[in-house]
Design a protein around this ligand. Structure first.
Ligand SMILES: NCc1[nH]cc(CCC(=O)O)c1CC(=O)O
Length: 310
């Protein structure tokens, strides 16, 4: 019997997601495989006190895990889709995309007041340029302050430090079993376009491990795959990285994909948004990137990159 070794980051969220995938795979494979969970500490987990975009962004959480995969120490890894770089490294692929959790951002305030109800000057904690930009666009009278750490740390900082509210991905909270009643309100995509891939998982493996690919494909979700494809094509073609506020959220009705794509300035003064529909995920993603580029998205990205260098 083949033993499949699953590499996972050590965070509560990563472990929960990896265990969830293992249970799903056990369910569809009738005891045909044995699974082992192996914990890996990544650079992103070690430098938790610096703004993510300053220390190299998304790749930080996946590099060590990918090395372990090349070295065959592990067979696959489960990532949050939104932490995946746009381009996959040679020899590795996203072999399966399971059904997506809630893709919305969750707004959690100290005293239960909603985004609209908070008084001028209230301080919102987020480490996401995308969330910061959209919050300031909706409420220019609020203040955004950087906060980092996993869900548990951020919840503690909301209680103990000078924040009036924080914003977290609803998916993460639900997956690790936080009581939904602590969420003050869900920010709908009309208010805050989620991160590309938010709420979805990516199962990454070696592209030549055909036996494993066949197995993980059994828990692939077609709806999630198509919508995430549209979102990621947009992200990739605009080449936004995480230095600029950027978001993308797609839905699917019948064969028709609707993608809402956004690029903004950090202060929320500029918000460029496009809604594209079509049948082909890649075409929809490309159309969104083209239209936003035509409206000046590339300049926004270049300016954001220049700021980083200063
Ligand atoms: N940026 C870190 C990260 N990566 C994935 C999630 C949550 C789960 C998800 O979006 O799938 C989070 C936490 C957050 O943004 O609040």
């Amino acid at each position: 019997m083949r033993k499949i070794v699953v590499g996972s980051r050590k965070s509560n969220l990563a472990l929960t997601q990896s265990k969830w995938v293992i249970e799903e795979l056990k369910r569809v494979s009738n005891g045909k495989y044995e699974f082992e969970l192996k914990e890996i500490v990544t650079k992103g987990d070690r430098i938790l006190d610096v703004t993510l975009s300053k220390v190299g962004g998304k790749g930080l959480f996946v590099k060590e895990i990918e090395k372990a995969m090349y070295d065959k120490e592990i067979d696959f890894a489960v990532h949050s889709m939104k932490d995946m770089p746009a381009v996959m490294p040679e020899g590795l692929i996203i072999g399966s995309i399971p059904v997506r959790e809630d893709s919305r951002d969750a707004f959690i305030s100290k005293d239960g007041r909603t985004l609209d109800q908070l008084p001028a000057g209230a301080i919102i904690g987020t480490s996401s340029l995308r969330r910061g930009s959209q919050i300031l666009a909706a409420r220019p009278d609020l203040e955004v302050k950087w906060i980092r750490g996993n869900i548990e740390t951020r919840m503690r900082k909301l209680k103990e430090e000078n924040f009036d509210a924080i914003i977290l991905a609803a998916a993460g909270m639900k997956r690790v079993g936080w009581d939904e009643s602590i969420i003050t309100e869900y920010l709908e995509p009309e208010v805050c376009v989620p991160a590309v891939g938010q709420g979805a998982l990516a199962i990454e493996c070696r592209e030549d491990d055909l036996e494993l690919l066949e197995l993980i494909k059994k828990i692939n979700d077609d709806y999630t795959e198509k919508t995430v494809k549209a979102e990621r094509t947009f992200l990739h073609l605009l080449n936004g990285g995480c230095q600029v506020p950027i978001g993308g959220y797609a839905t699917l009705e019948g064969n028709e994909i609707t993608l809402t794509a956004l690029v903004g300035s950090k202060d929320g003064d500029i918000i460029l948004k496009e809604k594209i529909t079509g049948n082909n995920p890649e075409e929809v993603g490309k159309e969104a990137a083209d239209r936003l580029a035509a409206r000046g998205a590339k300049q926004l990205i270049e300016e954001a990159l220049k700021e980083e260098e200063e």
